[in-house]
Design a protein around this ligand. Structure first.
Ligand code: NAD
Length: 259
């Protein structure tokens, strides 16, 4: 029960495949009280039975493209939980046409959209949630190797994730003096709603299972477990960190694929 007595919020629930769901379920299993955030009414309706499984209220709409929506959501979380020991941001979006082909074709509008929802939203949410954060609170976001390397078709989302990872470090510097920690998990590919928008994701998943040191696919449970660690007091000295949870893929050089 690593999170016994802790309360927190997980933003970015779409369905049972969402990393947000795996993280919320893992936190709940470790004794945390968790409330959930969703993008809109459609996901609120879909997420209601999942929230019920965790003993949480109706998922709260938090559309990160609008400050008013973030503010209203934080007010609602405050009414439900009083204070937060953790906050998880599991949100990303880019236009599907920008997740295939050549990065050089990315439009100004597509670039701004991806950066707004996938990177700026993290500091924005933290700003509105700050009055709710307790001393020692742990903040967490989700990133991907495409921030560090040019991964086929990840394109503008790789640029957004690079900005998100830099935001983790600046937020960690800002909030550290108040005893708060800010980290990211860089997860390997898992088939979710968002991941499906990136062209060729299934091929990537199949190929990586044969290449990675652990020789298997990554699951949401792997990500949930690492998230519990970072949200718990066991990680009390860890901040500004990007933790790779990808079965070891990130550290490989060229490697023969086993048949
Ligand atoms: P998902 O589709 O289940 O979750 C993405 C969430 O972002 C959805 O709930 C969606 O509603 C939300 N979102 C989009 N626009 C929003 C807005 N304007 N306001 C609020 N929420 C909005 O997919 P996922 O794979 O669970 O993605 C969660 C996070 O994990 C993302 O940051 C993603 O980039 C990251 N990630 C995923 C993988 C993977 O392979 N699945 C790997 C590494 C990192």
């Amino acid at each position: 029960m690593l999170l016994e007595g802790k309360t927190g919020v997980v933003l970015g629930l779409a369905n049972r495949r969402s990393l947000a769901w795996h993280i919320a379920a893992a936190a709940h299993a470790q004794g945390a009280r968790v409330e959930l955030g969703v993008a809109n009414e459609r996901f609120q309706e879909k997420g209601a039975p999942l929230a019920e499984e965790l003993g949480a209220g109706l998922p709260v709409i938090c559309d990160v493209t609008r400050d008013e929506s973030i503010q209203e959501a934080c007010e609602e979380f405050g009414r439900r939980l009083e204070g937060l020991d953790f906050l998880v941001h599991s949100i990303a979006f880019a236009d599907r046409k920008d997740l295939e082909g050549r990065f050089v074709q990315t439009s100004r509008q597509g670039f701004q959209l991806a950066l707004d929802i996938s990177a700026y939203s993290f500091p924005a949410v933290v700003r509105f949630a700050e009055p709710l954060l307790r001393e020692g609170a742990s903040l967490l976001t989700l990133t991907y190797l495409g921030a560090e390397r040019a991964v086929p078709n990840y394109n503008v989302m790789g640029v957004a994730k690079a900005a998100l990872e830099a935001s983790v470090r600046y937020l960690a510097a800002d909030l550290g003096p108040q005893g708060m920690r800010v980290n990211a998990i860089s997860a390997g590919p898992i088939k979710t709603l968002s991941a499906s928008a990136v062209k060729g994701v299934q091929q990537k998943i199949d190929l990586q299972a044969r290449m990675v040191p652990l020789r298997r696919n990554l699951s949401g449970v792997d990500v949930g477990g690492a998230a519990v660690f970072l949200l718990s007091d066991l990680a009390s000295g860890v901040t500004g960190e990007i933790l790779h949870v990808d079965n070891g893929y990130h550290m490989l050089g060229a490697w023969p694929v086993e048949s």
